[in-house]
Design a protein around this ligand. Sequence first.
Ligand SMILES: Cc1ncc(COP(=O)(O)O)c(C=O)c1O
Length: 273
Amino acid sequence: MILDLRSDTVTRPSQVMRQRMSEAEVGDDVFGDDPTIKKLERKVAEILGMEAGLFVPSGTMGNLLAVMTHCCSRGSEVILGDKSHIFLYEQGGYAQFGGVSTKTVETLPDGTFSLKELVSKFSGSKSHCATTSLICIENTSNFVGGRVLPVEFIDSVVELANTRNLPVHVDGARLFNAAVSSGFPPSRLVKGCASCNICLSKGLGAPIGSVLVGKEDFIARARRTRKALGGGMRQVGILGAAGLVALENIQRLHEDHANAKKFAEGLRNYCSH
Ligand SMILES: Cc1ncc(COP(=O)(O)O)c(C=O)c1O
């Protein structure tokens, strides 16, 4: 048997998933008529303790919508880790499509960054500077080996952001892995954060899809921008049904973690001989 370990996205929809997709109740979601996608959006929002959700085709679009919605005034900037996916691997979409600029803080080997450095990056009220409008964190932190952010770090970032009235967005492409690994419920990992994007196609087996969550008015604004970016979808409940099965797969993530640990141990033993 060949195991394809390039990514947790290299999956095939299960028979159950295909079956549920074929039976999904659908409607035209641009008219707000698709019951299955609404169910998925509600369910993800509920799991994360947020008011509302928005289905998007990809993590990249979810993150882009979050940045564009939080940084909607011209001259806005986002502060994020220099090894974050949004900064390195999403084509600078925030600048390309949103006209948003960035300041980076050094991503440390555990996925965190220095709060002191963060404070030093906040723009003052000078007319010379872009206006700091958002802080992003990533959990798990992909480019440092999938590290799980300590909950104390998340709390400190939120606390600091609150003192400046700044929203915190979580790139939670693999937030459920972080929850399983840390033992905290997913809602605890985004407590006090303004928004989070989770992926259904990473480790959970859905062929496509992410869900952006946040407050009702934030999601309403993101929904409008999604349409402008060409992301309005019609009978999308077909994909929503796959997403609902993917959510059921969260309970099996601990098996992936156990397998990954076993594989790492095997490699370590092999390399030490
Ligand atoms: C941390 C992180 N954020 C966002 C994304 C983007 O997701 P997508 O490939 O669905 O656009 C990825 C993709 O691997 C990721 O690892």
